[in-house]
Design a binder for this molecule. Structure first.
Ligand code: COA
Length: 227
């Protein structure tokens, strides 16, 4: 069964067995497939200086197998935007307790673009909104390739550019701030047919979070009789 797990420093010990496959998958996907050679490491594990104990991960796990993931970093600490790509944000770095930076979203190749059931990628985007509103975040910063923008538009993610797109290694890249709100979360749930929160918070009973309500399924508007 497919589940999306919140993994933070408080419960990381429960997921130790997943971290080696996780970093190896990142190497396969970003270095071998996407050819982001700056991330190459001889041990075949893509880990960077932002994988600190304060990083939060969403692990998408299907029958004990990691099939997708995403990372969220507190913007009060160094982020990709503040340390690697500061020139993308013309207003200077965002450093706020209620804003996290998203990075390293991926789905393993054989589970991309699925048509039977919700796409894993959409589940991850829905799950990170659920995480954000549960713990009181109001936004996510992201350094992304511009092909994400029409996709965000389609999904109802409200992305505000923080600067102009720049060409970096042949890619058009920009910095955005995305609203993290209830309306976006509910709309995404409606699009993929979720009627209740989806995250698994194993071992996280001690953290301060709001329990989110179930979402009534979208009822299509009734057809008006012809006059
Ligand atoms: N460049 C341009 N467009 C891309 C793209 C890329 N590198 N990767 C995906 N897309 C767009 C395309 O429009 C693609 O449509 P296509 O099928 O006509 O090519 C569409 O997204 C669907 O992508 P797909 O990969 O089939 O599946 P998905 O929506 O299930 O998953 C990702 C999207 C990004 C999660 C998945 O492609 C992935 O894991 N990629 C590798 C990791 C990555 O690059 N992450 C983003 C940066 S952190």
């Amino acid at each position: 069964m497919l589940e999306i797990h919140v993994v933070r420093k408080d419960n990381r010990h429960l997921y130790e067995g997943y971290f080696d496959p996780y970093f190896r998958l990142r190497h396969d996907i970003y270095v071998k497939q996407r050819k982001w050679m700056d991330l190459d490491r001889p041990d075949g594990r893509e880990i960077d200086k932002f994988d600190t104990e304060d990083a939060v991960y969403l692990f998408c796990i299907d029958d004990s197998r990691l099939i997708g993931a995403m990372r969220a970093l507190p913007t009060l600490q160094p982020t990709l935007m503040s340390d690697i790509f500061p020139y993308l944000n013309i207003r200077g770095p965002v450093r706020r307790p209620d804003v996290y930076e998203l990075s390293r979203i991926f789905v393993i190749p054989e589970r991309r673009g699925e048509h039977a059931g919700p796409r894993v990628e959409m589940l991850l985007l829905t799950a990170i909104m659920e995480y954000g509103i549960s713990v009181g975040l109001t936004g996510f910063t992201i350094v992304l390739e511009s092909w994400w923008l029409p996709r965000f538009e389609r999904y109802g993610w409200k992305a505000h550019p923080l600067g102009l797109p720049q060409m970096i290694d042949g890619m058009s890249v920009l910095a955005v701030l995305v609203d993290c709100d209830d309306v976006t979360w509910k709309s995404l749930c409606g699009q993929i047919g979720l009627t209740s929160p989806t995250l698994t918070w194993l071992g996280l009973t001690g953290i301060n979070r709001a329990a989110l309500p179930d979402i009534p399924p979208l009822v299509p508007p009734t057809a008006q009789p012809a006059q």
